[in-house]
Design a binder for this molecule. Structure first.
Ligand code: C2E
Ligand code: MG
Ligand code: MG
Ligand code: MG
Length: 286
């Protein structure tokens, strides 16, 4: 009895492991094809100050021909692991810069910044600075309106190299924000050394800002920290007016979240933004 149960357990365990591995292999294969077949797309989510849109975050979308939309929180880590994030990340950078170049020619949209998520592997490439420079040059996008979103962990892997890369890009005008702030391990001394422009409060703190005293305290502390370091603090994942009000009363005046708009395809984003009102003066909000 015990023996057969053991065998059953083994038989049950094995195929599921295999299934997970082959699912990953299949996803990698599908992603390679997807790049060739242009199945990836960018959506844009507004970033808001008072009653104006000040920028957009470009968010990758993958519509699989059979499986439909697959979440980037599923396929981005797989792409990071397999190395596919390199061609994929470069595609995102060019697509976002092409859009930014379009906006530069449109008086109503020319005041918007474009935020692009950068993955660790992408940032670690020795040629990362040249890659961004080239994307800006080839597309004609204004460097001062491009914002790169980095995450805490990746910045600390090699702090000197990180600072060197950031300084080179900042010399061209590029803006840097620290994404998902509060979820990583950056020490405050590093935070002071890195040439950052913005902090993005992770949505996990925003989510419970009204129901959890701890999250409220963390959110308030991040805002105070960012403000005292002279950084612009933006909250992501703002879903309710009550959350927005709490954040505003704590000194955070830049917001992104479903309260305003979900990420949308470009035409819908532009329609929404024109109706809501876009910031005019170039980078007055940075
Ligand atoms: P992220 O950079 O922190 O992006 C914010 C995520 O929060 C987005 O999820 C966005 O749709 C979602 N979000 C925005 N407002 C709200 C809200 O009010 N409520 C809730 N519940 N969610 C909200 P998304 O688009 O699924 O992206 C997930 C993650 O995938 C991103 O987190 C980012 O880490 C990664 N990602 C997305 N696009 C790219 C990309 O082009 N390159 C890289 N390297 N990573 C990307
Ligand atoms: Mg982001
Ligand atoms: Mg984030
Ligand atoms: Mg996140």
């Amino acid at each position: 009895q015990a023996k057969s149960a053991g065998r059953d357990t083994l038989q049950f365990f094995d195929p599921s492991m295999q299934k997970a591995v082959s699912a990953r292999v299949e996803m990698e294969k599908d992603m390679r094809l997807a790049l060739e077949r242009h199945e990836f797309d960018l959506y844009f989510q507004p970033q808001v100050q008072k009653d104006k849109v000040i920028g957009a975050e470009a968010l990758l979308r993958w519509k699989h021909p059979v499986k439909g939309f697959i979440s980037p929180s599923v396929f981005v880590p797989a792409a990071e692991e397999s190395g596919l994030i390199l061609p994929l990340g470069e595609w995102v950078l060019y697509a976002a810069c092409r859009q930014l170049a379009q906006w530069a020619k449109d008086p109503q949209m020319a005041g918007l910044t474009m935020s692009v998520n950068v993955s660790p592997r992408q940032f670690y490439q020795p040629s990362f600075v040249e890659q961004v420079q080239q994307a800006l040059r080839v597309t004609g996008a204004p460097p001062r309106m491009l914002e790169l979103e980095l995450t805490e962990g990746m910045l600390l892997a090699d702090v000197e190299d990180t600072i060197r890369k950031m300084v080179q890009l900042k010399a061209m005008g590029v803006i840097f924000s620290l994404d998902d702030f509060g979820t990583g391990y950056s020490s405050l001394s590093y935070l002071k050394r890195l040439p950052l422009d913005k902090l993005k409060i992770d949505q996990s703190f925003v989510y419970e800002v009204l129901s959890s005293a701890n999250d409220a305290t963390i959110a308030r502390s991040i805002i105070a920290l960012g403000n005292s370091l002279g950084l612009q603090v933006i909250a992501e994942g703002v879903e309710t007016e009550a959350q927005r009000e709490f954040l505003a009363s704590s000194g955070c005046h830049y917001w992104q979240g479903f309260l305003f708009s979900q990420p949308k395809p470009i035409a819908e984003f532009e329609t929404w933004t024109r109706a809501y009102g876009a910031a005019r003066s170039e980078r007055s909000h940075v």
